[in-house]
Each structure stands twice: as C-alpha cells, then as structure tokens.
Design a protein around this ligand. Structure first.
Ligand code: MRU
Length: 383
C-alpha cells in the first residue's frame, strides 16, 4: 500500500511530514487545531483533500482529549470558532472551507436537538469528521475508475490499451486520505493493465512532483519518468506519439461553477500545451473541490507564498558521491536581492479542459463549450 499521509485512530492523529520526503519518512503528532493550522501553513501536510481532513480530524482529537462543558451551546460555539480559525490556514483549496461549512451544519443540527448536551455535540462532531476520512478514500477510488474508463473510451491510445499520461504536482495518497485523484486515475489505469507509462513534472518551486509523486510511483512500481516543468512541451512533441501520450491529468484546489480550475502553478501552461498538441486535458477532483458559489476563476483567491521557497532548496548533504541523510542543508539558488513572485496556484480556463473527473462520473463541456457542474449535485448525479 502507498505511504499514508494521515494516520488516525480516535483521539490520535499523525501526519507524514512531507517537508522531509523523500529522504525521511517521519510522522508528526497533531494534538490540536493549532498544531494542524501550523502543519497546513508550513506545508508539512498539503493537497486539497488532505488539508481538509487533517483540519477536521485535528479538531476531533482536540475535542476527544478535552474535558468539555456539559452545555451543548458552549461546545458548539467552541467548535465553530476553531473551524473558522482552521479555514484561515490556506486560502485557495476549497475543500477545507467546504468541510468547515458541513461540520458547522452538523453542529447546528446536533445543538438543535431537544436532548443535546456537550457530550452529544462532541460525538456528532467526531463522527462527522471521521466519516470525511473514510469517504475520501472511496471517492478517490471511484475517481480513478471513472477517469480510467473515460480515457480508454475517448482516446486512441486508450482504445489500443496502451496509454501514457503526464501529471503535475502531487495528487496521490500523500495529498488525500488515500489512493489519490489524478494520480488515482493513473493508479487505476495501471491496475487494469492499460497504462504504458506515467510522466510526472518536478513541479517547481516546492517540488511536489519530484519529491512526492515520484516517491509514490516508485513505491507502487508504476513505470514512470520524471521531467522538469520546462520539458513538458518537448515531451509532448518528441515522445508524445511514440509513447502514446493520451493526455495530461491534474488535480484541483478549487473548481469554479463554470469549470475554471485553480491548481498548482504550472497547470495552466500544461493545459495550453495539451490543446496545441491535441491531447486531452483532464481535471480529477472530488465534488468537495467544486465550488458552485464561486462563479469563475477570476473570483478565486490565489495564495502567494514566501519568496524563499523559490530561492532556497533544501536537501540532505551530498558531497558529489554520497548522500548523507543525517544532514539537511539549505542552498540558495538565486542572486540575492532579486525580487520574487511566488503564486502557489494558477487558474486554467474551462475552455482548455476536456473533462472533469469526479467520484460520480466525468463531466464534459456541452456543444457551446460550457460545463454544467450543478448536475453533479443533483439527486442521481452522473451515476
Ligand atoms: O500546494 P499544494 O501542494 O497543497 O498543492 C496541491 C495541488 O495543487 C494539488 O494538485 C491539489 O491540491 C489536488 S490534491 C488531490
């Protein structure tokens, strides 16, 4: 099984410190919402679904280990304040805000019950947070299945049963409760024998591709090649036809109502490349990433991160021959004094996206080029 980003049993939460991967696999204990806020902000845990689940479970752990008030209203207010605080940790991924909204609703409903007390509110919260962990894994497995089926049906390489795909950032087990979204699609193609090869980008500046996706691909023994972000055009041109590259599949941090998608910086460039080279461009995300309240990508807040993530790289000491995993060094790779712009995400306009893969099926644009994402939330969705 792929490495888990989140280890949880009632009252206890550990997260894999993703800043240390791939050189060290160390778990940090998370005891409270404050611990989770810092772990998310520092990107020790990251990826839209994982951020939401870590936040929700951290508060569950805090509540379980707390001597709580017997008064329902007091516990409800405590929880809602903590949820509001957690939602400020990172702004672009909507999954956390969505989880906070749903948990707030759970609190309101639990507190409205005639026999509500502090204990019943705590129980309602913990059950709802734990359900998010369980649901995310099954949602990802379904995303993988729907995505793989769509690619097999809608691409020449798929029909031949020999598909290569390019992916960006990390959307696997490390970014979710397990299995992954875009990487889940690649896992599913591999599991059903249709995957020829996976390509992953390095994903500058934080290197989620080379550190995390490559780690997962090696771990799962999926045939894969790492490229730097700047090699994607050459890959599609020079190796696309011989490698049967059917398309590019990425995750999402927020999909606006019209399908415009915020995802890791560099996604937009890849979508333009896919269009030029005539390969599919697919977004894989659970419905918790779809934000019908945000009309277009222009309304999405893009997180800007510290310049040092661009100018400094960190890794174990290497003397040119051997790697010393015991000593982590930080090296500057930019001229000091240069101004830095470090947006963590960009927005891909919906017209560049061929399909949005969710746990209930794949949505495509209609004849006028528009997505109708609301159908995903209608009673039977696309199932
Ligand atoms: O800054 P990160 O590492 O949290 O960004 C992650 C991404 O952009 C992922 O593609 C997205 O969150 C989807 S993860 C299933």
């Amino acid at each position: 099984m792929a490495q888990l980003a989140i280890k949880y049993t009632r009252g206890q939460l550990e997260i894999l410190d993703q800043l240390k991967l791939p050189h060290a696999e160390e778990y940090d204990h998370i005891f409270s919402s404050t611990d989770a806020w810092h772990a998310i902000r520092e990107m020790r845990t990251r990826g839209a679904p994982a951020i939401a689940i870590v936040a929700a479970l951290a508060l569950a752990v805090e509540l379980v280990n707390l001597k709580i008030s017997p008064v329902a209203e007091e516990v409800k207010v405590f929880v809602i304040e903590k949820l509001d605080y957690l939602a400020t940790s990172r702004p672009t991924a909507v999954n956390l805000a969505d989880a906070a909204r749903k948990l707030r609703k759970t609190m309101e409903e639990a507190a409205a019950k005639e026999d509500a007390n502090g204990e019943s509110i705590r129980e309602a919260y913990v059950n709802a947070a734990e359900k998010m962990l369980v649901d995310d894994v099954s949602d990802n497995e379904n995303i993988g299945k729907h995505g793989a089926e769509w690619i097999v049906k809608n691409t020449e390489a798929g029909r031949k049963g020999q598909v290569s795909m390019l992916t960006h950032c990390n959307t696997g087990s490390l970014a979710t409760a397990g299995y992954g979204t875009a990487l889940g699609v690649i896992r599913s193609l591999h599991a059903n024998g249709t995957l020829k090869h996976a390509f992953c980008t390095e994903t500058r500046p934080y290197n989620q591709g080379s550190r995390l996706t490559a780690f997962e691909l090696v771990h799962d023994q999926i045939p894969a090649t790492l490229i730097t972000d700047s090699m994607a055009a050459a890959l599609l041109r020079l190796r696309g036809p011989t490698e049967n590259i059917a398309g590019i599949v990425v995750g999402a941090d927020r999909v606006a109502a019209n399908g415009d998608t915020a995802n890791k910086i560099g996604t937009y460039s890849l979508a333009i490349l896919a269009k030029y080279h005539g390969v599919k461009f697919l977004v894989a995300a659970p419905r918790t990433t779809i934000d019908l309240q945000t009309k277009t990508g222009d309304d999405i807040v893009i997180e800007e991160r510290p310049g040092k993530e661009v100018t400094l790289i960190k890794g174990p000491r290497h003397d040119g021959v051997t790697l010393d995993l015991g000593v982590v060094e930080t090296v500057s790779i930019a001229a000091s004094g240069i101004d830095i712009w470090n947006p963590a995400f960009d927005v891909t306009p919906h017209e560049l996206i061929d399909g949005i893969i969710t746990e209930v099926g794949v949505v495509e644009r209609d004849g006028n080029g528009a997505f109708h994402l609301e159908q995903l939330f209608e009673a039977d969705g696309l199932q």
